[in-house]
Design a protein around this ligand. Structure first.
Ligand code: IPE
Ligand code: IPE
Ligand code: MG
Length: 223
């Protein structure tokens, strides 16, 4: 059995789901929250300690302002509604990425991190305004003065400092690319590209992936 401490997810396919079912991309974003809740419950049940969710990339700023604002409002609504419950369940919230949203949303994100900082049951990392290249460039800047730079120095200068690398990365939405997500951290991660759109992704799919993962021979270069 392979240990599983950290699962990372590129939650893709909301827009297509919304267009197909309700003729609106945004309705897919709303529907996708149900899958988020399902995954959180799953992680708690399976004692997975870290869950990283890619919610908004540095490239997603290219989207129309109406869709961006819908996403930010949805995040605000979701956090306000769930924060108390998350805290009671000993869930810790951490934001990966630079908080450069509205003052209101930035404050709420800060508040969520501070309020839940001592919790140890499950850490949810929300990748928001996150881009792996930007993260690595920031790390280089921090290490600028150092003469010798080790792999650990780099890991410890990323937003994911103190978070173990993910053992599993899932991307839903039938697209096989990484879209600037955790490029350094997934050097040895098992990757699962799923055909289903994020709102259609169900607990059976997670069970199948985790089962498959537990039987993989992870060599790390050895034989
Ligand atoms: C959700 O899926 C990812 C976010 C950026 C929130 P998309 O909105 O990319 O959905 P598709 O890929 O267009 O279907
Ligand atoms: C990746 O999905 C970003 C998130 C899930 C937040 P995108 O839909 O933005 O990725 P691309 O642009 O198709 O590569
Ligand atoms: Mg997409």
């Amino acid at each position: 059995m392979n240990p599983l401490k950290h699962m990372a997810i590129i939650m893709d396919g909301n827009g297509r789901w919304g267009l197909k079912h309700k003729n609106s991309r945004n309705s897919g974003h709303k529907e996708g929250l149900k899958t988020v809740e399902m995954v959180i419950k799953f992680c708690i049940k399976k004692h997975i300690k870290f869950l990283t969710l890619y919610a908004f990339s540095t490239e997603n700023w290219k989207r129309p302002i109406k869709e961006r604002n819908y996403l930010f409002n949805l995040l605000e609504f979701f956090l306000k509604e769930k924060l108390e419950k998350f805290n009671n369940e000993k869930i810790k919230i951490k934001i990966l990425g630079e908080k450069n949203f509205s003052k209101k949303l930035n404050n709420l994100l800060d508040f969520a991190e501070i309020k839940t900082r001592k919790n140890t049951k499950l850490q949810i990392n929300l990748a928001l305004n996150y881009g792996s290249k930007k993260e690595i460039a920031c790390a280089f800047k921090k290490l600028n003065k150092k003469k010798k730079i080790s792999e650990n120095d780099i890991s410890n200068s990323l937003f994911t400092k103190n978070i173990p690398d993910p053992e599993i990365l899932i991307r839903t939405g039938n697209t096989q690319r990484l879209s600037n997500f955790l490029l350094w951290q997934i050097a040895y991660t098992e990757i699962f590209f799923e055909k289903k759109l994020w709102p259609d992704f169900k607990i059976e799919d997670l069970n199948r992936i985790v089962k498959k993962f537990s039987n993989i021979k992870r060599n790390f270069g050895n034989i």
